[in-house]
Design a protein around this ligand. Structure first.
Ligand SMILES: [Zn+2]
Length: 275
């Protein structure tokens, strides 16, 4: 059977603090209490990379990237420079893990809100290195194709026409023009040019801002997923709702007929911004 499967240690999972609305089991945010953090790997101002205390997947190495010291903020609230620093810092550490030789695959993602699978409110991303899991089983390249919304400096933003699950999904695809040297000692360099990476950060910020305004509901949830596709970076921005039973039960992907409208509305939002 061609699937990735990994053990999830429920004895560790049970101990995890939960601070997201509807599942709160503690009033103390573990990411606000910086003095108590152990195993800090790197910092850049108020951005902190730390080993995850609750390494629930076995075997794996789980890291947490704390995005800010502002517990109740999120991507739309960040100054442009903060968002760019988070993306540069996160992508650099992701590439370091990918090139370390210790992992067959490394995932880099963000959960936000109760429907995203997250448990901590404080804005953060996660990096997980898996020694055994097959990266080829983690995506299909068709899932990154869609209606082009914006393209500049080798960075394309599109509205997915083959969503992984259903409803609206947005993709960011970095093409060859976004890179100077795509080969580092025979390995994929993956690191885009700084101005393309900064544009990627700006487009993530504006797309998340747009979807949060569009859906405008309490506890709106979304995920960001970063992928290494043939040595080049791609990002999927996915609003999260209850997962459709057609998908859960039968692997049927729903393609909403409103995709062109979503694309047009996001295009208008982006046009009003100057990059
Ligand atoms: Zn906090």
């Amino acid at each position: 059977m061609d699937i990735n499967i990994i053990n999830f240690d429920t004895t560790i999972g049970k101990k995890k603090p939960r601070t997201i609305a509807g599942m709160v089991n503690t009033n103390e945010c573990p990411f606000c209490n910086v003095a108590a953090l152990v195993d800090i790997i790197d910092t850049d101002g108020n951005i902190i990379l730390v080993r995850n205390k609750y390494n629930v997947m076995d075997p794996s190495t789980q890291l947490v990237l704390i995005e800010t010291d502002q517990c109740h903020s999120d991507i739309p609230d960040y100054p442009e420079e903060q968002m760019r620093r988070i993306i540069r810092f996160g992508v650099q550490h992701w590439i370091t893990m990918l090139n370390s030789g210790q992992y067959r695959s490394v995932i880099f993602f963000k959960n936000f809100g109760p429907m995203s699978g997250g448990t901590i409110q404080h804005p953060h991303m996660q990096l997980v290195g898996y020694p055994d899991l097959d990266p080829e089983l983690m995506y299909d390249t068709a899932e990154f194709e869609g209606i082009t919304i914006y393209q500049y400096k080798g960075v394309e933003l599109n509205a997915s026409t083959t969503p992984r699950i259903g409803f609206s999904e947005y993709n960011l695809v970095l093409h060859a023009e976004a890179y100077t040297d795509t080969n580092l000692n025979g390995k994929s360099a993956l690191m885009p040019k700084t101005d393309s990476l900064d544009l990627l950060a700006d487009l993530i910020k504006e797309t998340v801002t747009f979807i949060k305004e569009f859906y405008n509901r309490p506890n709106f949830s979304y995920n960001l997923f970063f992928y290494n596709v043939e040595g080049k970076l791609r990002v999927k921005i996915m609003p999260r709702f209850a997962t459709p039973p057609m998908y859960v039960g039968y692997n049927i992907h729903l393609r909403p007929t409103s995709i062109p409208d979503f694309a047009e509305n996001l295009k208008k939002h982006i046009k009003n911004k100057v990059f």
